[in-house]
Write a protein that binds this ligand. Structure first.
Ligand code: CUA
Length: 346
């Protein structure tokens, strides 16, 4: 066991500090500890303390038991052929009380540490920053109180945060290793996840999906950006709430396509889960029914609102609807961008 642990320890150190998941840009993360990602939240410290307590108790008992076992095997082995075993022991009250009481105390300590940490993560806090998180095949969407919606989770430092999780289709699970928090996003109910003291270490981290949810489960990752200051977070939030203030519609469209559609569609002509988006506008799109449809404004709008109405030949009908998630102005911006993409190519 010890050697396995050592090998894992060495592997953990040999792994590059900047993991790349799917099409996600490299995450410039803070350095982690030997075994764990960085401790970016107060919860991370609690979780690690509990983990290391259990870990060292296991190591100490492993060494104790194996050493005693080897000693007893040698000490009480059969020395001569035909030698009979010594009489079986009956009982030893002090010894029995000790080996019952010590483990009992240890597991009670483990329970209290774990239970306190768990309660901290699910008990709502007054004045926490409220962010809604929606999981869907296969991306995360974060919704802020001022109406901003983003594919990255942005947080200010040292402010209590409450994430409310929901799912548009199947069970997903939001897992942010650097914060040591994980909770399921279940369709039809809201699950809460609380960071009582907020995030303590500014930087960029990964959020992953920890519940198998289909073919692209392993690519269902999002970037978590913890700002250096509350001001910097608020500036980002104000900008994210009104994308159109500083951008042309086509630029907003490019941003939306990248963040909301990029998990399944490319704009380079390469096939992915869905068809490439640079070959839609003003193109004849072959459908699964054998018919063809002209890629115009109406077809694009319909494909966003009701994706399974006209499924493109060669692809599975797996796209979720974006009805209610994208406003009319957003859809118009996406159409502008797709038009621009298709014109550029000709
Ligand atoms: Cu979503 Cu796995």
């Amino acid at each position: 066991m010890i050697s396995t642990l050592l090998i894992f320890g060495l592997l953990a150190q040999a792994t590059p500090a900047v993991p790349v998941y799917g099409d996600l840009p490299p995450v410039a993360s803070q350095p982690g500890t030997t075994w764990m990602p960085p401790q970016a939240s107060a919860e991370a410290v609690n979780v690690d303390n509990t983990f290391y307590f259990i870990y060292w108790v296991s190591v100490i008992f492993f060494i104790l038991i194996v050493a005693l076992m080897i000693y007893f095997v040698l000490r009480y082995r059969q020395r001569r052929a035909g030698e009979l075993a010594a009489g079986a022991a009956t009982h030893h009250t002090t010894l029995e009380l000790t080996w019952s009481a010590v483990p009992l105390i240890l597991v009670v300590i483990m329970f209290v540490m774990g239970f306190r940490g768990f309660m901290d993560m699910v008990t709502p806090v007054r004045d926490a920053l409220q962010i809604r998180v929606q999981g869907q095949k296969w991306n995360w969407i974060f919704m802020y109180p001022n109406g901003a919606v983003s594919a990255e989770l942005h947080l200010p430092p040292k402010v209590p945060v409450q994430l409310t999780l929901e799912s548009a289709d199947v069970i997903h699970s939001l897992w942010i290793p650097a914060f040591r928090i994980k909770r399921d996003a279940v369709p039809g109910r809201y699950n809460k996840m609380v960071l009582k003291d907020g995030v303590v270490l500014p930087g960029e981290y990964l959020a992953l999906c920890a519940e198998y949810c289909g073919t692209q489960h392993s690519n269902m990752a999002a970037r978590v950006v913890v700002h250096e200051s509350f001001d910097s977070y608020q500036r980002w939030l104000a900008d994210a709430a009104d994308l159109f203030k500083t951008r042309t519609p086509a630029e907003v469209g490019a941003f939306l396509v990248k963040t909301r559609c990029g998990g399944c569609h490319t704009v380079t002509g390469a096939k992915h889960i869905g068809p490439p988006l640079n070959e839609v506008y003003d193109h004849d799109v072959p459908l699964a029914t054998g018919e063809k449809v002209r890629g115009d404004d109406n077809y694009i709008r319909e494909s966003i609102i009701e994706p399974r109405a006209k499924v493109v030949a060669g692809y599975d009908p797996v796209m979720p609807t974006f009805k209610g998630q994208l406003k009319d102005r957003d859809i118009a911006a996406i159409i502008d961008y797709l038009k621009e993409l298709s014109e550029k190519k000709q």
